[in-house]
Write a protein that binds this ligand. Structure first.
Ligand code: NAP
Length: 351
């Protein structure tokens, strides 16, 4: 059993800790928070053995084998590198950092210190996404031509909130635009029989708010296999989530592409261990062959449990196929280009 320590005791850390309780491959043994008292409360809520009021103290604990870096993205680079130096395996929340330069530094540290590293794109670990990739590879919708992918939400403007703060990595592209970007690259790659493809062309438009972060934006991508993708994100605009793939013989749509089957995502308390996990579905419409078919994908764990298991079962390889280091670099470089197209610059960007 892989022994996890959680770094940062915020919202997503609670989801992961809850989900890890359903894992057969690991368990959370410690939590660390830089906010006084927060780790103790977290540990009490989840009956954890240890809690620390500094990240350094947890990194010095020899029992902790892997850390889940769950603080805000401007802090990821510092703490991923320190975790690698301490010899810990690492799962780091998305986006891995503020830009591709930071991503390169973290990957370099994982390589030099010979530790596992994965950016936590949980949807990539789900059986639903694996089924989607297999469907695309099977050619059931013919040649893939176009992908449309959306993740956007509506928050009220408040410059003191992380969502709108440039210093804290606010705005849509980094927060949720990284999902449609990674989906487009995944599907374009599947159509080419590869784990992912990077776009050869990126064109974007967007609207920045008064604090300087992107409020809503769209980008159009073109890949070497002549697939075009439209990716959309925002933090002030409610849109239906979407991942739709159009081929010349049919289309596939995924009603819940990003958070399929995750009761832990909304649970406030530790869920009972006999909780059941709802199956997920993908809609397949092959033109001229009747009504769209509903493909049911069985699920036996929470989405975030699949993510924890993905790490534990690939520790020896130091990377996992759900999100390899090259895949992360390609995604961060796409986010850099999208930001460049709309004039979005963060204080952390280096010349
Ligand atoms: N995969 C997903 O579904 C998902 C969902 C939501 C968020 N995320 C990602 O997960 C990360 C954390 O998101 P979250 O929603 O959990 O964030 P959060 O609850 O607002 O904060 C998480 C932790 O970050 C640290 N932090 C927050 N604000 C800070 C500040 N102003 N200065 C210094 N430290 C601060 C705190 O760590 P301490 O406890 O150490 O004080 C806090 O507990 C982000 O990178 C986000 O993109 C992923």
């Amino acid at each position: 059993m892989l022994k996890w320590g959680i770094m940062g005791a915020g919202g997503i850390a609670r989801v992961f800790c809850n989900a890890a309780r359903f894992s057969q491959t690991g368990r959370v043994v410690a939590v660390a928070s830089q906010t006084p008292g927060k780790a103790a409360l977290f540990a009490s809520d989840f009956s954890l053995e240890k809690h620390y009021d500094s990240y350094e103290a947890m990194l010095a604990d020899p029992e902790v084998e892997a850390v889940y870096v769950a603080n805000i993205h401007p802090l990821h680079e510092e703490w991923v590198i320190k975790a690698a130096e301490a010899g810990k395996h690492i799962l780091v929340e998305k986006p891995i950092g503020m830009n591709s330069t930071e991503a390169e530094a973290m990957i370099d540290a994982a390589h030099r210190h010979d530790v596992f590293l994965m950016e936590a794109f949980m949807y990539r670990c789900s059986p639903q996404t694996q089924t989607l990739v297999e469907l695309v590879k099977s050619g059931v919708i013919g040649q893939v031509r176009l992908i449309r992918s959306v993740f956007s939400f509506q928050a009220s403007f408040d410059p003191t909130r992380r969502t709108f703060s440039p210093e804290m990595g606010g705005g849509g592209i980094l927060d949720v635009g990284c999902y449609p970007a990674s989906m487009a690259r995944l599907i374009a790659g599947a159509a080419a029989g590869q784990p992912f493809l990077n776009p050869t062309e990126v064109k974007g438009c967007g609207v920045l708010g008064p604090s300087g972060v992107d409020h809503y934006t769209a980008a159009t991508l073109k890949f070497e296999n002549e697939i075009v993708a439209e990716i959309i994100t925002g933090v002030t605009l409610r849109l239906p989530v979407e991942a739709t793939i159009y081929g010349d013989e049919g289309m596939i749509s995924v009603p819940n592409p990003w958070l399929p089957s995750s009761p832990c995502r909304t649970a406030r308390q530790p869920l009972p261990l006999d909780t059941s996990f709802p199956s997920t579905k993908i809609l397949l419409h092959v033109y001229g062959k009747g009504e769209p078919e509903e493909i049911v994908v069985p699920v036996d764990r929470d989405l975030f449990t699949y993510e924890a298991d993905m790490v534990a079962t690939h520790i020896a390889q130091r990377q996992a196929p759900a999100m390899s280091w090259e895949d992360t670099l390609g995604n961060m470089r796409l986010l850099d280009r999208w930001r460049q197209e709309i004039g979005l610059v963060y204080p952390q960007d280096r010349v």
